[in-house]
Write a protein that binds this ligand. Structure first.
Ligand SMILES: Cc1ncc(COP(=O)(O)O)c(C=O)c1O
Length: 404
């Protein structure tokens, strides 16, 4: 390590989060590169048999095989851990891989899981269709109903799982209260922080135990690669690491390198996404075709005070219902737009739009969808960084196409 790099390492922990997002995890190789090196290799060589044995048997810390560790992936983990205020972080092949690894590592047959209804469709499917086959029970709670959380967490549960804001209805979970209810019964409190990212919200500081990320979203920021991560204490991450090494849901080095670069601009992007989304949400509230706008930065949000306590800004995702309460109206809106990309991903500098009832949440039972507020006339927009005026014009194309 160069002498000036060593000096930086000593002071890095005292620098601001924006600086740490750019500088943490950089270990320059002997080539003196400026951008972080990408270790595109499936295994690592040893100078002799004794060193190899030491790595395999005594865990000496030398990289062995890319399913087990890779310096580029480690650099991403260090950077994200610092941002989340976590002792440790593990990276996975996708956000769902992070959720799978967390459940596999921390749950067993007979355990009870308390699950917010306001979570990503595949999370519900993973627990309700797969984990229940192996003897776990899943109890659903409304994300905003603290009495329901209290009742559900007054009985033993291994783990409580929520997302805040929720997708796509932007319901807010009171993380401080839910995590204190969890602590009283030794229940792990797991929060999916995908929508806000640590640039806007750090649930560990509010008492949560583990943070889940779909890095695919804002951590990348430009819709290029899939990835996931879990952050928490070293003791809680260790069994997750062991599962990932055996289960193989490992993040690729190339994807980790993309996320490393994404984290460097995360703070700037999240502020810009939030600004654009707030302006669009305010404007949408004034449109005659719109019944209700759900956005975590709006004064009209029912949990405005809670959001102000938990997060620095509202993030990039909003949803709204149309006054014409039909699928036909929602599809007409989508089909008439052309700037916003018709795609289910979010967290991209390109604005994306979708109809959750027939896409992200299309495989759920209709009754479950309705209970979650995913109505036929609900549209989700993940606001990107294009000019606001162009986004408004695209929405106007959509509104004009809605049949009377
Ligand atoms: C909130 C949330 N969590 C988890 C996931 C799953 O992430 P991935 O698609 O990277 O597996 C998604 C995906 O859209 C999501 O929106």
């Amino acid at each position: 390590m160069m002498e000036r790099d060593a000096r930086l390492q000593k002071i890095l922990g005292d620098l601001s989060p924006e600086t740490q997002a750019i500088r943490t995890g950089s270990t320059r190789s002997h080539e003196r590169e400026h951008s972080e090196p990408l270790y595109a290799t499936s295994s690592f060589v040893f100078p002799n048999a004794e060193t190899m044995a030491d790595a395999f048997v005594n865990d000496s810390g030398l990289s062995i095989y890319a399913r087990v560790d890779n310096p580029t992936v480690d650099a991403f983990c260090q950077r994200l851990a610092v941002l989340e205020g976590a002792e440790a972080c593990e990276a996975t092949a996708s956000g769902m891989g992070a959720i799978l690894a967390t459940l596999m590592a921390h749950c067993q047959a007979g355990d009870r899981i308390v699950l917010s209804t306001g979570v990503f469709g595949a999370t519900l499917t993973l627990l309700q269709k797969f984990f229940v086959k192996y003897g776990l029970t899943v109890d659903l709670v409304d994300p905003t109903d603290l009495d329901a959380w209290q009742a559900a967490l007054s009985r033993p549960a291994r783990l409580a799982y929520c997302e805040t804001p929720s997708n796509p209805t932007i319901a807010i979970v009171d993380v401080e209260t839910v995590s204190s209810l969890c602590r009283a019964n030794e229940t792990l409190c797991v929060v999916d922080n995908c929508f806000m990212t640590p640039a806007l919200q750090t649930p560990l500081a509010l008492g949560a135990d583990l943070i889940i990320h779909s890095a695919t979203k804002y951590l990348d920021g430009q819709g290029r690669v899939l990835g996931g991560a879990v952050c928490g204490s070293a003791a809680l991450i260790e069994p997750i690491t062991r599962f990932i090494r055996s289960g193989g849901v490992t993040m690729s080095a190339f994807n980790a390198w993309v996320f490393l670069k994404g984290l460097e601009t995360l703070d700037l992007r999240m502020r810009a996404h939030s600004e654009n989304a707030l302006s669009l949400a305010n404007w949408l509230e004034e449109q005659p075709q719109v019944a209700q706008v759900n956005y975590a930065g709006l004064d009209s949000h029912p949990d405005r005070a809670l959001i102000a306590r938990q997060a620095k800004a509202g993030g990039g995702v909003l949803s709204f219902t149309l006054t014409t309460e039909t699928r036909e109206a929602a599809w007409a809106f989508l089909d008439a737009t052309c700037l916003m990309s018709l795609t289910a991903n979010l967290g991209d500098v390109k604005t994306t739009v979708c109809h959750p009832a027939t896409s992200t949440h299309g495989r759920l039972e209709a009754a479950d969808r309705i209970q979650m507020g995913v109505h036929e006339h609900l549209i989700r927009i993940a606001v990107g960084l294009e000019a606001l005026e162009d986004l408004k014009a695209d929405c106007l194309r959509g509104f004009a196409a809605i049949p009377h």
